[in-house]
Design a protein around this ligand. Structure first.
Ligand SMILES: Cc1cc2nc3c(=O)[nH]c(=O)nc-3n(C[C@H](O)[C@H](O)[C@H](O)COP(=O)(O)OP(=O)(O)OC[C@H]3O[C@@H](n4cnc5c(N)ncnc54)[C@H](O)[C@@H]3O)c2cc1C
Length: 372
């Protein structure tokens, strides 16, 4: 039985544990957090994410807890429709986008991982990882150690595994952040993904998460990586949304509960190839972290998991499978990061000659709908 260590129990780690434990690996997860929980608000699952969730066998469950739409609509500062385009759908009865609460998605993946037999240790991370002739030796922050056949660094943007074995490169701060609030869906709001433009500073949108619920997000400039007090977030978000009218008036006034507003900063990294060394590989945000202008970061994480599973099934050895994994994933994930960063830069400087974020975004959705 393949002894597999997954470092990090985020969406990537949980999905990987579910898949590999289901394939018969003896899976152990080491999570640095004291408990297994994801903070955050909603998540937009674009069609490639849905396709990957389908291949992981959890799409129906996610659909039960989310809300699907198949059109993307761009609105002006007064909330008037500018144009609408259909979102690629990648399977029978599969919508173009599903919105759901992020902790719900995470819990579904974790539940599947645990049910498949994965064991989790919380409050620990690695202190050393050494490839040996026929395995990997890992020591942990609690003084324990273990031997594994396969080690996966699913430890996110500021990956320790990446720093230990791959590169000292640090994520780049993109001078932007995102405010997100879970709110009631306005009556009569169309079944679409909504994106607003017209203000040079704030770039908001809506993702519907249920018949009566949605989250509103707003990309805003961030001078540095400091964080406002949680209690101030509703007022700050309302202020950024103030230039927008129409349906935004009702939504803005409903943003009052600090516990329902989240602030995240945008940092990106594409780890140089290869993403594997011997029997150790990076996966998910540890390998590639993007800004969310295409809502594709999580989609790439879930595709990583599917591809890793396929390559482990196909290859003659674990190092060969990991080499094939890097080859299949690098360009596609880099495309997502580069395109998202380009849109983010145009949002920060809307007067840039040739800026055409809507065209680039629609094209990217079509590219990502291709097989991976
Ligand atoms: C504001 C924002 C909005 C986004 N919106 C979307 C969206 O709508 N749709 C979408 O598809 N994607 C979106 N993304 C991207 C998506 O959230 C990420 O790609 C995804 O959550 C990454 O998951 P992960 O499990 O790889 O990393 P993480 O979620 O960062 O999980 C890493 C885990 O590893 C643990 N860890 C860290 N260090 C160690 C260590 N040393 N030892 C052990 N454990 C460790 C952490 O505690 C954590 O549990 C968004 C990102 C941002 C910032």
């Amino acid at each position: 039985m393949t002894r597999t260590l997954i470092i990090g129990a985020g969406i990537t780690g949980a999905a990987t544990a579910h898949l590999l434990a289901g394939k018969g690996h003896d899976v152990e997860i080491a999570e640095i957090g004291e408990e297994l929980r994801v903070l955050g608000s909603g998540i937009t699952l674009i069609s490639p994410a849905l396709r990957a969730l389908d291949r992981l066998g959890v799409l129906d469950e996610c659909m039960e807890h989310g809300y699907g739409v198949s059109e993307f609509t761009c609105l002006d500062i007064d909330g008037q429709e500018l144009f609408t385009f259909p979102l690629p759908t990648l399977g029978d009865n599969m919508p173009g986008i599903v919105g759901m609460l992020r902790p719900t998605l995470h819990q579904i993946l974790l539940d599947h991982a645990l049910a498949a037999g994965a064991k989790v240790r919380t409050g620990i991370g690695p202190t050393s990882i050494t490839n040996t002739e026929d395995g990997v030796q890992v020591t942990f922050t609690d003084g324990t150690e273990g031997s594994y056949d396969l080690v996966l660094g699913a430890d996110g943007l500021n990956s320790t595994v990446r720093a230990m074995l791959f590169t000292q490169e640090k994520p780049v701060f993109r001078e932007q952040g995102c405010l997100r609030a879970v709110v009631a869906k306005p009556a009569g709001l169309g079944d679409r993904e909504h994106d607003f433009s017209g203000d040079p500073i704030a770039h908001p949108g809506f993702t519907i998460t249920g018949p009566d619920s949605m989250y509103v997000y707003c990309n805003v400039p961030a001078a540095d990586t400091s964080r406002p007090a949680q209690a101030d977030l509703p007022r700050i978000m309302r202020d950024f949304l103030a230039p927008y009218g129409g349906v935004m008036n009702e939504v803005r006034e409903s943003i009052t509960d600090p516990e329902k507003v989240n602030y995240a900063l945008y940092e990106t990294i594409v780890t140089p190839k290869p993403w594997h060394q011997g029997r150790v590989a990076l996966i998910g945000d540890a390998a590639h972290s993007t800004t969310p202008q295409l809502a594709a970061g999580g989609a790439m994480c879930l595709e990583d998991v599917v591809v890793l599973g396929e390559e482990l099934d196909r290859a003659g050895s674990i190092p060969e499978a990991l080499a094939a994994f890097t080859e299949r994933r690098y360009e596609r994930c880099k495309f997502v990061v580069d395109t998202s960063v380009q849109i983010a830069a145009w949002q920060l400087r809307p007067d840039t000659p040739g800026a055409e974020p809507e065209v680039v975004r629609e094209n990217a959705f079509n590219v990502l709908a291709q097989p991976f």
